[in-house]
Write a protein that binds this ligand. Structure first.
Ligand SMILES: [Zn+2]
Length: 156
């Protein structure tokens, strides 16, 4: 999936885990993290040249798209609600990537690839449709529930 789709799905996943603006922010941010293994990605550009080294050394959709990355929230975040939102954000990335391609979920096992490889034109259609549907859902949901209730903060 593209970074925009990952952000929207991560925001939804983060909110599901921790219904607040923090859950949305953490889920959306963590949904970008697995792509640090690609130098040209949003996350990869933030840590270049490390991302370039990971991409050339280990490969895209391997270590950072495996069970290993799912340990990150438990190791780095002490607040359990925030850690759960981070985990859900990461999971949204892995699942959505596996829906349009293959990830090495059981890295370093060479047979540990998981997912549905699809042609490029179908990838674009699925990505754009998912982005549009998820964005429409979020807008509807914010309108229905009220933005203050969704974010958990008074705006006036
Ligand atoms: Zn990815």
């Amino acid at each position: 999936m593209t970074w925009k789709t990952h952000v929207v799905l991560g925001a939804m996943a983060g909110y599901y885990a921790y219904p607040s603006w923090k859950g949305i922010l953490v889920g959306a941010t963590m949904a970008l993290v697995p792509d640090v293994d690609k130098a040209r990605s949003k996350a990869g550009k933030a840590i270049w040249p490390l991302s370039w080294l990971v991409e050339k050394g280990i490969g895209h959709r391997t270590l950072t798209h495996s069970w290993v990355i799912l340990l990150l929230p438990a190791l780095l975040i002490s607040d359990s609600s925030v850690a759960l939102a981070a985990l859900y954000g990461l999971l949204s990335h892995l699942l959505s990537d596996a829906f349009v391609g293959r990830i090495q979920l059981f890295w370093p096992v060479r047979q540990g690839w998981f997912g549905v490889p699809i042609p490029r034109f179908l990838y674009v259609i699925v990505d754009r449709t998912t982005l549009l549907a998820a964005t429409a859902y979020i807008l509807y949901w914010g309108y229905r529930e009220g933005i203050e209730a969704v974010l958990g903060i008074p705006l006036s």
